[in-house]
Design a binder for this molecule. Structure first.
Ligand code: AHR
Length: 326
Protein backbone atom coordinates (compact mmCIF):
# COMPACT_ATOMS: atom_id res chain seq x y z
CA UNK A 1 0.00 0.00 0.00
CA UNK A 2 2.80 2.42 1.08
CA UNK A 3 4.71 1.50 -2.08
CA UNK A 4 1.61 2.28 -4.21
CA UNK A 5 1.14 5.71 -2.54
CA UNK A 6 4.89 6.54 -2.93
CA UNK A 7 4.72 5.65 -6.61
CA UNK A 8 1.69 7.92 -7.06
CA UNK A 9 3.38 10.83 -5.22
CA UNK A 10 6.53 10.34 -7.33
CA UNK A 11 4.52 10.27 -10.54
CA UNK A 12 2.74 13.48 -9.46
CA UNK A 13 6.04 15.23 -8.69
CA UNK A 14 7.53 14.15 -12.02
CA UNK A 15 4.51 15.51 -13.89
CA UNK A 16 4.79 18.87 -12.07
CA UNK A 17 8.50 19.16 -12.89
CA UNK A 18 7.85 18.40 -16.58
CA UNK A 19 5.15 21.09 -16.78
CA UNK A 20 7.53 23.69 -15.37
CA UNK A 21 10.26 22.74 -17.88
CA UNK A 22 7.76 22.58 -20.70
CA UNK A 23 6.60 26.12 -20.04
CA UNK A 24 10.18 27.13 -20.62
CA UNK A 25 10.25 29.32 -17.46
CA UNK A 26 13.19 31.65 -18.01
CA UNK A 27 12.72 33.20 -14.65
CA UNK A 28 11.87 36.35 -16.61
CA UNK A 29 14.54 38.27 -14.79
CA UNK A 30 14.08 41.37 -16.95
CA UNK A 31 17.79 41.25 -17.64
CA UNK A 32 18.36 37.66 -18.66
CA UNK A 33 19.46 36.25 -15.29
CA UNK A 34 19.29 32.54 -16.21
CA UNK A 35 20.48 30.63 -19.27
CA UNK A 36 17.15 30.67 -21.09
CA UNK A 37 15.60 33.76 -22.62
CA UNK A 38 11.94 34.68 -22.82
CA UNK A 39 10.96 36.91 -25.73
CA UNK A 40 7.62 38.72 -26.01
CA UNK A 41 6.81 39.15 -29.71
CA UNK A 42 3.97 41.32 -31.02
CA UNK A 43 3.15 40.51 -34.64
CA UNK A 44 1.21 42.88 -36.95
CA UNK A 45 -1.43 40.31 -37.94
CA UNK A 46 -1.99 37.70 -40.62
CA UNK A 47 -2.82 40.03 -43.50
CA UNK A 48 -0.65 38.49 -46.20
CA UNK A 49 1.32 35.45 -47.35
CA UNK A 50 4.44 37.40 -46.36
CA UNK A 51 3.19 37.80 -42.81
CA UNK A 52 2.35 34.09 -42.47
CA UNK A 53 5.87 33.19 -43.61
CA UNK A 54 7.35 35.75 -41.21
CA UNK A 55 5.39 34.36 -38.24
CA UNK A 56 6.56 30.83 -39.06
CA UNK A 57 10.16 32.00 -39.38
CA UNK A 58 10.03 33.72 -35.96
CA UNK A 59 8.34 30.75 -34.23
CA UNK A 60 10.62 28.10 -35.79
CA UNK A 61 13.78 30.10 -35.10
CA UNK A 62 12.84 30.69 -31.46
CA UNK A 63 12.47 26.92 -31.02
CA UNK A 64 15.81 26.24 -32.71
CA UNK A 65 17.54 28.91 -30.63
CA UNK A 66 16.02 27.61 -27.37
CA UNK A 67 14.24 30.92 -26.78
CA UNK A 68 10.82 30.81 -25.11
CA UNK A 69 8.44 32.82 -27.28
CA UNK A 70 5.34 34.60 -26.05
CA UNK A 71 3.54 35.46 -29.28
CA UNK A 72 0.57 37.75 -29.93
CA UNK A 73 -1.24 38.73 -33.14
CA UNK A 74 -2.40 42.39 -33.16
CA UNK A 75 -4.85 42.00 -36.05
CA UNK A 76 -3.42 45.11 -37.73
CA UNK A 77 -4.36 47.33 -34.75
CA UNK A 78 -1.84 49.53 -32.95
CA UNK A 79 -3.82 49.50 -29.68
CA UNK A 80 -3.52 45.69 -29.57
CA UNK A 81 0.24 45.93 -30.01
CA UNK A 82 0.53 48.50 -27.21
CA UNK A 83 -1.54 46.23 -24.92
CA UNK A 84 0.67 43.24 -25.78
CA UNK A 85 3.88 45.19 -25.10
CA UNK A 86 2.51 46.39 -21.74
CA UNK A 87 1.61 42.83 -20.81
CA UNK A 88 5.14 41.64 -21.73
CA UNK A 89 6.54 44.39 -19.49
CA UNK A 90 4.32 43.19 -16.62
CA UNK A 91 5.41 39.60 -17.21
CA UNK A 92 9.05 40.78 -16.99
CA UNK A 93 10.15 39.05 -20.19
CA UNK A 94 13.87 39.29 -21.01
CA UNK A 95 13.38 41.01 -24.36
CA UNK A 96 10.55 42.40 -26.49
CA UNK A 97 10.50 42.28 -30.29
CA UNK A 98 7.76 43.70 -32.47
CA UNK A 99 6.87 44.67 -35.99
CA UNK A 100 5.07 48.03 -35.63
CA UNK A 101 1.85 48.20 -37.65
CA UNK A 102 2.31 51.97 -38.18
CA UNK A 103 5.34 54.23 -37.75
CA UNK A 104 4.04 56.83 -35.27
CA UNK A 105 2.83 56.80 -31.68
CA UNK A 106 5.26 54.44 -29.92
CA UNK A 107 7.30 56.73 -27.65
CA UNK A 108 5.23 56.27 -24.46
CA UNK A 109 5.14 52.47 -24.46
CA UNK A 110 8.78 52.19 -25.57
CA UNK A 111 9.74 54.49 -22.68
CA UNK A 112 7.82 52.19 -20.30
CA UNK A 113 9.88 49.23 -21.56
CA UNK A 114 13.11 51.21 -21.19
CA UNK A 115 12.19 52.25 -17.61
CA UNK A 116 11.53 48.57 -16.82
CA UNK A 117 14.99 47.79 -18.28
CA UNK A 118 13.54 45.47 -20.92
CA UNK A 119 15.36 45.86 -24.25
CA UNK A 120 13.32 46.16 -27.45
CA UNK A 121 14.17 45.05 -30.99
CA UNK A 122 12.24 46.38 -33.98
CA UNK A 123 11.76 43.78 -36.65
CA UNK A 124 10.49 44.23 -40.23
CA UNK A 125 9.04 47.74 -39.78
CA UNK A 126 10.44 50.96 -38.32
CA UNK A 127 9.07 53.56 -35.89
CA UNK A 128 9.55 57.31 -36.34
CA UNK A 129 10.64 57.98 -32.70
CA UNK A 130 13.35 60.64 -32.53
CA UNK A 131 14.82 58.95 -29.43
CA UNK A 132 16.65 55.96 -30.87
CA UNK A 133 17.74 54.82 -27.39
CA UNK A 134 14.19 53.46 -27.02
CA UNK A 135 15.17 50.36 -29.00
CA UNK A 136 18.41 48.42 -29.43
CA UNK A 137 18.33 47.67 -33.14
CA UNK A 138 16.09 47.55 -36.20
CA UNK A 139 16.23 44.41 -38.35
CA UNK A 140 14.43 44.51 -41.69
CA UNK A 141 14.28 45.53 -45.35
CA UNK A 142 15.09 48.88 -46.90
CA UNK A 143 11.59 49.73 -48.13
CA UNK A 144 12.66 52.94 -49.92
CA UNK A 145 15.13 50.87 -51.93
CA UNK A 146 12.34 48.41 -52.78
CA UNK A 147 10.20 51.29 -54.14
CA UNK A 148 13.16 52.55 -56.16
CA UNK A 149 13.75 49.11 -57.70
CA UNK A 150 10.07 48.97 -58.74
CA UNK A 151 10.36 52.45 -60.31
CA UNK A 152 13.61 51.56 -62.08
CA UNK A 153 12.01 48.57 -63.80
CA UNK A 154 9.21 50.80 -65.06
CA UNK A 155 11.60 53.46 -66.36
CA UNK A 156 13.54 50.78 -68.30
CA UNK A 157 10.37 49.14 -69.59
CA UNK A 158 9.12 52.42 -71.13
CA UNK A 159 12.50 53.92 -72.07
CA UNK A 160 11.67 54.02 -75.80
CA UNK A 161 8.17 55.44 -75.39
CA UNK A 162 7.18 59.11 -75.43
CA UNK A 163 3.49 58.49 -74.64
CA UNK A 164 2.05 59.11 -71.18
CA UNK A 165 2.10 56.08 -68.86
CA UNK A 166 -0.96 55.93 -66.59
CA UNK A 167 -0.18 54.24 -63.30
CA UNK A 168 -2.51 53.16 -60.49
CA UNK A 169 -1.05 52.41 -57.09
CA UNK A 170 -2.31 50.05 -54.39
CA UNK A 171 -0.71 51.26 -51.17
CA UNK A 172 -0.07 49.16 -48.09
CA UNK A 173 -1.56 49.92 -44.67
CA UNK A 174 -1.88 53.69 -44.19
CA UNK A 175 0.86 55.06 -41.95
CA UNK A 176 2.98 51.89 -42.11
CA UNK A 177 6.69 52.13 -42.94
CA UNK A 178 6.47 49.90 -46.05
CA UNK A 179 3.55 51.92 -47.47
CA UNK A 180 5.27 55.27 -46.83
CA UNK A 181 8.68 54.16 -48.09
CA UNK A 182 7.64 52.07 -51.09
CA UNK A 183 5.57 55.03 -52.27
CA UNK A 184 8.34 57.60 -51.83
CA UNK A 185 11.09 55.39 -53.34
CA UNK A 186 8.95 54.67 -56.43
CA UNK A 187 7.93 58.32 -56.80
CA UNK A 188 11.54 59.48 -56.55
CA UNK A 189 12.59 57.35 -59.53
CA UNK A 190 9.59 57.84 -61.84
CA UNK A 191 9.29 61.55 -60.90
CA UNK A 192 12.31 62.35 -63.11
CA UNK A 193 10.18 61.79 -66.25
CA UNK A 194 6.86 63.66 -66.63
CA UNK A 195 5.35 60.93 -68.87
CA UNK A 196 4.80 58.77 -65.75
CA UNK A 197 1.54 59.77 -64.11
CA UNK A 198 0.03 58.20 -60.98
CA UNK A 199 -3.65 58.68 -61.86
CA UNK A 200 -5.06 56.94 -58.75
CA UNK A 201 -3.54 55.79 -55.47
CA UNK A 202 -5.37 54.21 -52.55
CA UNK A 203 -4.73 51.81 -49.69
CA UNK A 204 -5.56 48.11 -50.05
CA UNK A 205 -4.30 47.41 -46.50
CA UNK A 206 -1.89 44.73 -47.76
CA UNK A 207 -4.77 42.23 -48.22
CA UNK A 208 -5.97 40.33 -51.28
CA UNK A 209 -9.63 41.19 -50.66
CA UNK A 210 -9.02 44.95 -50.45
CA UNK A 211 -6.63 44.81 -53.40
CA UNK A 212 -9.44 43.35 -55.50
CA UNK A 213 -12.06 45.80 -54.22
CA UNK A 214 -9.92 48.91 -54.81
CA UNK A 215 -8.75 47.72 -58.24
CA UNK A 216 -12.41 47.21 -59.26
CA UNK A 217 -13.06 50.84 -58.33
CA UNK A 218 -9.93 52.01 -60.19
CA UNK A 219 -11.05 50.15 -63.32
CA UNK A 220 -14.52 51.70 -63.19
CA UNK A 221 -13.28 55.27 -62.96
CA UNK A 222 -10.15 54.99 -65.15
CA UNK A 223 -10.65 53.36 -68.56
CA UNK A 224 -7.02 53.89 -69.54
CA UNK A 225 -4.73 52.17 -67.02
CA UNK A 226 -1.29 51.08 -68.31
CA UNK A 227 0.41 49.96 -65.10
CA UNK A 228 -0.48 48.76 -61.61
CA UNK A 229 2.08 49.21 -58.83
CA UNK A 230 0.97 47.18 -55.78
CA UNK A 231 2.93 47.48 -52.53
CA UNK A 232 2.67 43.70 -52.00
CA UNK A 233 1.90 40.48 -53.86
CA UNK A 234 -1.40 39.84 -52.10
CA UNK A 235 -2.96 43.13 -53.23
CA UNK A 236 -1.58 42.48 -56.71
CA UNK A 237 -3.17 39.02 -56.75
CA UNK A 238 -6.52 40.46 -55.68
CA UNK A 239 -6.18 43.11 -58.40
CA UNK A 240 -5.51 40.40 -61.02
CA UNK A 241 -8.95 38.93 -60.23
CA UNK A 242 -10.50 42.39 -60.72
CA UNK A 243 -8.64 42.94 -64.01
CA UNK A 244 -9.71 39.53 -65.36
CA UNK A 245 -13.27 40.23 -64.15
CA UNK A 246 -13.22 43.42 -66.25
CA UNK A 247 -12.26 41.38 -69.33
CA UNK A 248 -8.64 42.58 -69.48
CA UNK A 249 -5.43 40.55 -69.52
CA UNK A 250 -3.16 41.11 -66.51
CA UNK A 251 0.51 41.40 -67.43
CA UNK A 252 -0.42 42.48 -71.00
CA UNK A 253 -3.26 45.04 -71.08
CA UNK A 254 -2.14 46.25 -67.66
CA UNK A 255 1.47 45.70 -66.57
CA UNK A 256 1.87 44.77 -62.93
CA UNK A 257 4.73 45.36 -60.48
CA UNK A 258 4.50 44.03 -56.92
CA UNK A 259 6.71 43.60 -53.84
CA UNK A 260 7.39 40.46 -51.67
CA UNK A 261 7.98 37.42 -53.95
CA UNK A 262 5.86 34.93 -51.97
CA UNK A 263 5.06 31.68 -53.76
CA UNK A 264 1.63 32.74 -55.08
CA UNK A 265 3.12 35.97 -56.40
CA UNK A 266 6.01 34.12 -58.03
CA UNK A 267 3.55 31.68 -59.63
CA UNK A 268 1.61 34.61 -61.14
CA UNK A 269 4.91 36.10 -62.34
CA UNK A 270 5.94 32.80 -63.96
CA UNK A 271 2.45 32.61 -65.54
CA UNK A 272 2.91 36.07 -67.10
CA UNK A 273 0.19 37.76 -65.02
CA UNK A 274 2.68 39.87 -63.05
CA UNK A 275 5.60 41.51 -64.88
CA UNK A 276 8.14 42.16 -62.13
CA UNK A 277 8.51 41.47 -58.41
CA UNK A 278 10.81 43.20 -55.95
CA UNK A 279 11.74 40.76 -53.20
CA UNK A 280 11.07 41.50 -49.51
CA UNK A 281 12.27 38.61 -47.37
CA UNK A 282 10.09 37.50 -44.43
CA UNK A 283 12.74 35.05 -43.15
CA UNK A 284 13.90 37.31 -40.33
CA UNK A 285 13.66 34.74 -37.52
CA UNK A 286 17.26 33.41 -37.36
CA UNK A 287 18.83 36.90 -37.36
CA UNK A 288 16.29 38.11 -34.82
CA UNK A 289 17.14 35.31 -32.38
CA UNK A 290 20.90 35.93 -32.78
CA UNK A 291 20.44 39.62 -32.08
CA UNK A 292 18.19 38.88 -29.09
CA UNK A 293 20.82 36.62 -27.50
CA UNK A 294 23.50 39.27 -27.93
CA UNK A 295 21.31 42.07 -26.58
CA UNK A 296 20.31 40.05 -23.49
CA UNK A 297 23.98 39.28 -22.83
CA UNK A 298 24.69 43.01 -22.99
CA UNK A 299 26.78 42.79 -26.17
CA UNK A 300 26.88 45.63 -28.71
CA UNK A 301 24.74 45.11 -31.84
CA UNK A 302 24.52 47.29 -34.98
CA UNK A 303 21.79 49.94 -34.79
CA UNK A 304 20.46 48.81 -38.19
CA UNK A 305 20.56 45.39 -39.86
CA UNK A 306 19.34 45.47 -43.47
CA UNK A 307 17.96 42.31 -45.08
CA UNK A 308 19.55 41.16 -48.35
CA UNK A 309 17.07 41.04 -51.22
CA UNK A 310 16.81 40.71 -54.97
CA UNK A 311 14.31 41.21 -57.82
CA UNK A 312 12.60 38.77 -60.21
CA UNK A 313 11.62 38.91 -63.87
CA UNK A 314 9.17 36.38 -65.37
CA UNK A 315 12.05 34.20 -66.63
CA UNK A 316 13.82 34.24 -63.27
CA UNK A 317 10.58 33.29 -61.50
CA UNK A 318 10.22 30.18 -63.67
CA UNK A 319 13.73 29.10 -62.67
CA UNK A 320 13.43 29.51 -58.89
CA UNK A 321 9.73 28.75 -58.30
CA UNK A 322 10.15 25.10 -57.30
CA UNK A 323 12.78 25.91 -54.67
CA UNK A 324 10.91 28.85 -53.14
CA UNK A 325 10.54 28.33 -49.36
CA UNK A 326 7.47 30.50 -48.79
O1 AHR B 1 6.12 44.89 -43.57
C1 AHR B 1 6.24 44.01 -44.65
C2 AHR B 1 5.00 44.02 -45.45
O2 AHR B 1 3.89 43.67 -44.64
C3 AHR B 1 4.93 43.03 -46.60
O3 AHR B 1 5.43 43.51 -47.77
C4 AHR B 1 3.46 42.83 -46.71
O4 AHR B 1 3.09 41.76 -47.52
C5 AHR B 1 3.13 42.67 -45.29
O5 AHR B 1 1.84 42.59 -44.97
Amino acid sequence: MFKRISALVLAGLTAMTMTACGSGGSGGSGGGGGDSITMGFSQVGAESGWRTANTKSVQDSAKTAGITLKFSDAQQKQENQIKAIRSYIQQKVDIIAFSPVVESGWDTVLKEAKDAKIPVILTDRAVDSKDTSLYKTFLGSDFVEEGKKAGQWLVNEYKDSKDPVNIVELQGTTGSAPANDRKSGFQEVIGADAKFKIIASQTGDFTRAKGKEVMEAFLKSNPDIDVLYAHNDDMGLGAIEAIEGAGKVPGKDIKIITVDAVKDGMQALADGKINYIVECSPLLGPQLMDLAKKVVKGEQVPARVVTEETTFTQEQAKQVLSSRQY
